[in-house]
Design a protein around this ligand. Sequence first.
Ligand code: FAD
Length: 396
Amino acid sequence: MAGAVIDLKPRFDSRLPDSADVVIIGGGIMGVSAAWHLAKSGVQNIVLLELGDLGGGSSAKPLGGVRANFSDPGNIMLGKRSLEAYRKFDAEFGAGIGLQQVGYLFLCRNDDSLQALEAATATQNSMGVSSRMIDAEEAERINPFIDARALNGASFSPEDGYAEPALAVAGYAHAARQLGVRILTHTQVLDIETAEGTIRSVRTNRGKISTNAVICCAGAWSAQIGQMAGVSLPVVPTKRMIGLTMPQATTPARIPFTLDLATTMYFHNYGSGLLLGISHEQPEGFGREFDYSWLAEFNDAAAVCAPGLENPDLVGGWAGYYENTPDHNALIGHSRDLPGFFYATGFSGHGFLQGPAVGELVADLYHGRTSFMDPTPFSVDRFDNDTSRLREVNII
Ligand SMILES: Cc1cc2nc3c(=O)[nH]c(=O)nc-3n(C[C@H](O)[C@H](O)[C@H](O)COP(=O)(O)OP(=O)(O)OC[C@H]3O[C@@H](n4cnc5c(N)ncnc54)[C@H](O)[C@@H]3O)c2cc1C
């Protein structure tokens, strides 16, 4: 069974049920992970609604980085626990996700960033993550594209890497269906009806489902879902793009996921080519047409710390949404004003790597029980007070 191929577009259940104990909105990595964790915890009558095909939102990224090398302890815990789950995915679900633990290499080019990286690495180590600080020469040895002369240090976390989001989405969806979750694709949530301070139903293009509980996993579209229920979810879509290069005989077969903290330029293997990008500033809003507007910025960064990558031989690329919150960290919790309204959204560009752990947290939140960590710092209520915003250094 190991490595079995799972249909990436499972048939959707044809009939919209009249009622559900829980309605999950969104069939990306968060929705399907939450569905599986809830079903596994014994919840019956779960319905997942997806506007398009499963994994067609931000989770459509061809390869997603998975890592625990953050600076905030909550993010470290979510990354570490998810990495453990992704490592066991094949054994648990009988389907591989193409996990490559090639490591993450963070490059530093100034003292401030070096100090911040040292502090983050110390926090990671105190939580059992095997990352370490290395000097510029070792960084160049680990990744031959790097010019050590540009750096004043780096960190390397050997257990991190990347995997294929589409396979993870398909694996969770398949397993959730086997536990009885009804997954309805091409089904758009149009409204959430409430009365006397409780959720009564979810209205879709295919009819209405009575329910008292909704979990918003709608990624970049979450603000609209929140609005339907009168819950503020400050999530803003922002386009981000990546490029894919021609296969090159000279590309080392196994380099780490490498990121220059000064510019956010990053790259790693993609088949026998490379996947690369940079966080080129884009206006907020919907629209995900791919173009090469980011390339000049990438070339400037590459010229300094990875000269062989300047003017890469690109064969195309991909555009998707970062689902940004005001502090670029996730929103995980439940509404204090509308009982039964839960949310797991706003992952601001690092949602794939947190998917398994967040699904588990959401299931525990639903049951009102203690989980492997306290999710309170990720509640949307943190924006009531500027001082409780999350501060994460290792995000782009
Ligand atoms: C260029 C780029 C690089 C990235 N790199 C990484 C990385 O290396 N590592 C990492 O962890 N993350 C990365 N991310 C981010 C990651 O892809 C996302 O954080 C993650 O996929 C979010 O998953 P999600 O389930 O929350 O949202 P999505 O996958 O967007 O799923 C939300 C779903 O909700 C559905 N929906 C919306 N409205 C409705 C409605 N009204 N009714 C029904 N369904 C609805 C949508 O169709 C969508 O399928 C990257 C993103 C981009 C753009």
